[in-house]
Ligand binder design. Structure first.
Ligand code: MN
Length: 235
């Protein structure tokens, strides 16, 4: 699956058809089953918990995916259920609640659920290396070289004070590196995310302690899923 799936259903009819689509996708992509109750779904990891070793340990993935990401999805469901946002998609809720004082908890949990599902797809075992084709050209046109991009990405990640995310985004025709705090996402700033690294301490502390830059460098060099990034450029 190259796209970003809508992972909530609005009524039982849609649930049934979405369930059928997801079952088909599951056969193709070896994903898990959909939720049939009309709730946000914790998407299955696209690889085994130990598949990103030695760069990210199974222990980190187990806590990060199984506790943190799962927690955001669970909380998003409990906050959205019965609210005015019940019929909206993830992306719609993020845009509708961003910067709204009364909706901070919904924004935080829905955005974090979205950010994490996106983040897992940005990595793969045996990733890293150099992007190819159109993406390689876009990186060169936007940054001058892959090395300049990597350096800017790592510096930006390291300069995020406290929790947040570092992103590669499409801004018009050019790629740009941006950072966001806490749950914030480029979706609310008119930018299209194509790659992300979670720089909350829970993403790396068990493996790297305070060495955030080392973590981000390892992700870029050994785990970055450039095929996924390229697929995001096409959408
Ligand atoms: Mn996280």
């Amino acid at each position: 699956m190259t796209g970003y799936p809508v992972n909530r259903v609005k009524d039982s009819r849609k649930a049934a058809s979405l369930f059928a689509v997801i079952c088909l996708a599951a056969m193709i992509a070896q994903c898990g089953p959909a939720d049939e109750k009309g709730l946000f779904v914790l998407e299955p990891l696209p690889y085994a918990e130990d598949a990103l070793q030695p760069y990210i340990s199974a222990e980190t993935i187990s806590f990060h995916y199984g506790r943190h990401h799962a927690g955001y999805v669970k909380m998003a469901n409990s906050l959205v259920k019965g609210s005015v946002f019940e019929d909206n998609s993830f992306e719609e809720i993020i845009k509708l609640t961003s910067g709204k004082k009364g909706h901070v908890p919904i924004f935080n949990n829905v955005a974090q659920a979205w950010n994490h599902a996106f983040f897992w797809k940005c990595m793969k075992p045996g990733g890293g290396g150099s992007p190819k084709g159109k993406l390689a050209k876009k990186v060169k046109d936007s940054f001058g070289s892959l090395d300049v991009f990597k350096e800017e990405f790592i510096t930006t990640a390291n300069s995020q004070f406290g929790s947040g995310w570092t992103w590669l985004v499409l801004d018009g025709d050019k790629l740009k590196v941006v950072k966001t705090s806490n749950a914030d996402t480029p979706l609310t700033h008119g930018l299209k995310p194509v790659f992300a690294v979670d720089v909350w301490e829970h993403a790396y502390y068990l493996d790297y302690q305070n060495r955030r830059a080392d973590f981000v460098e390892k992700v870029l060099d050994h785990l970055a899923n450039w095929d996924f990034v390229a697929s995001q450029l096409e959408q």
